[in-house]
Ligand binder design. Structure first.
Ligand code: GLN
Length: 403
């Protein structure tokens, strides 16, 4: 028969050495104070300190490393609705940028071990090294319901016991993400050439696999670009020059590229008029492709407007319909703002809609050889349904060359 052995600290407690007891778990040592006045106590992992950001929930079951390194999350705490996070650790191949720009990570349960052949580090070690705060053992379902009902909320996350709840509440209530330029804080500062394609072992597309290398020259505006966008373009045969967000359009036009990519990026798209001007200057002269922030900038450049959604779309299984063909793509999404379809002038087509709420998920302006998507064709949340968008951009550049 099986006999339950007493744990070491149980026997210790029977002696006078009870003060030597070390609990094998830690108690609550972090607070997340939301602007609605609610206080969520939990345990800290990663960096310590105080951070203020907007809380958004992400429903992806996998991909926390890609999420942590997606620069579009600058100014936001990401709450993962999947309760178990950290089990695959962190590896060297899943980075979407060189830094973690997000405000912090909010999770239910932190895996106490790592089991994955690619892992080189644990999630808490990685976050500490990247100076990103995390909180676990909080009721992420309850917070998600609150966000879903009341809309996104600003929060203050702190391990600092000298700060009162009122101080943290004040910090949350006086912080604002709307109207801020967050792009300039995450963009590169100098142009560079990008040379990496999707590794052969991961390539899934027959078209990308057989693409000529360096067939087209694409200039990519870095508003907070995810590396996989550059990798996919490269796999489809593009030679890529990445330029900073404030790089003059006239310099880009001088390079006479085959196409220009406007990348994803953080924050409010209506707070960066200089970027809208850049898109306006380039569009019509060179074929362009916008992704997420790039799509929102193109929408504005063509005469439309954007608005802030209630809690946005953040996840790996958002259904999108291509209106013309009826084809549905299961897509990866991360945005809190959207292009208002009704604001778009004649000639601009809404090509894709989000099937969850009917919002605009893609536009094109054939006369100007411009196309854009609100979601992420480069992501691999499981399905690769949206990847052919890169092929369509290639076709557009080909057509423009006259063959
Ligand atoms: N991923 C993105 O490019 C996000 C765009 C914008 N910051 C939004 O939240 O809507």
């Amino acid at each position: 028969t099986y006999v339950l052995k007493p744990l070491a600290f149980c026997s210790l407690s029977q002696t006078s050495q009870a003060h030597l007891i070390q609990r094998p778990w830690k108690l609550q040592d972090t607070r997340l104070v939301l602007e609605d006045g609610s206080i969520w106590k939990g345990k800290s992992f990663g960096a310590v300190g105080t951070q203020v950001a907007e809380v958004v929930f992400n429903t992806s079951l996998t991909g926390y490393q890609e999420i942590l390194t997606d620069p579009s999350y600058a100014g936001q705490f990401v709450l993962m609705t999947n309760p178990h996070i950290g089990n695959t650790g962190v590896n060297s191949g899943d980075e979407e940028s060189q830094e973690c720009h997000l405000g912090g990570l909010i999770i239910r349960s932190l895996s106490n071990c790592v089991s994955n052949w690619r892992a080189i580090e644990t999630l808490p070690e990685y976050l500490k090294r990247r100076n990103v705060m995390g909180i676990y053992d909080v009721d992420t379902r309850a917070i998600t319901r609150r966000l879903r009902e009341d809309g996104s909320l600003v929060g203050a996350l702190s391990t600092d016991t000298s700060k009162t709840d009122e101080e943290l509440l004040h910090a949350a209530r006086t912080w604002e993400i709307v109207g801020k330029d967050l792009i300039s804080g995450v963009s590169c500062t100098e142009p560079y050439e990008w040379k990496y394609r999707t590794d052969d072992e991961w390539e899934f597309s027959a078209e990308a696999g057989k693409a000529d290398t360096e067939g087209f020259h694409v200039v990519a505006y870095d508003f907070g670009v995810k590396h996989n966008i550059l990798r996919r373009l490269s796999s489809y045969g593009c030679k890529i020059t990445v330029v900073p967000s404030n790089w003059p359009a006239s310099e880009v036009i001088k390079l006479n590229p085959d196409g220009v990519l406007f990348s994803n990026g953080p924050g409010d798209p209506s707070a960066v008029p200089y970027a809208v001007d850049t898109v306006k200057e380039v569009t019509g002269k060179i074929p362009v492709f916008g992704i997420c922030m790039g799509h929102q900038l193109l929408g504005q450049a063509l005469g439309g407007s954007t608005f802030k959604m209630k809690f946005g779309h953040h996840g790996g299984n958002h259904p999108v319909r291509h209106i013309q063909t009826g084809r549905v793509e299961i897509s990866s999404q991360n945005h809190n703002y959207a292009v208002d379809s009704a604001s778009l002038p004649e000639g601009v087509e809404v090509t894709h809609i989000n099937l969850n709420d009917g919002s605009c998920a893609g536009i094109s302006y054939p006369a100007m050889k411009a196309m854009s998507l609100q979601y992420h064709p480069e992501s691999s949340p499981g399905p690769h349904d949206a990847d052919p968008a890169f092929q369509r951009f290639i076709e557009m550049m080909k057509e423009n060359r006259g063959h």
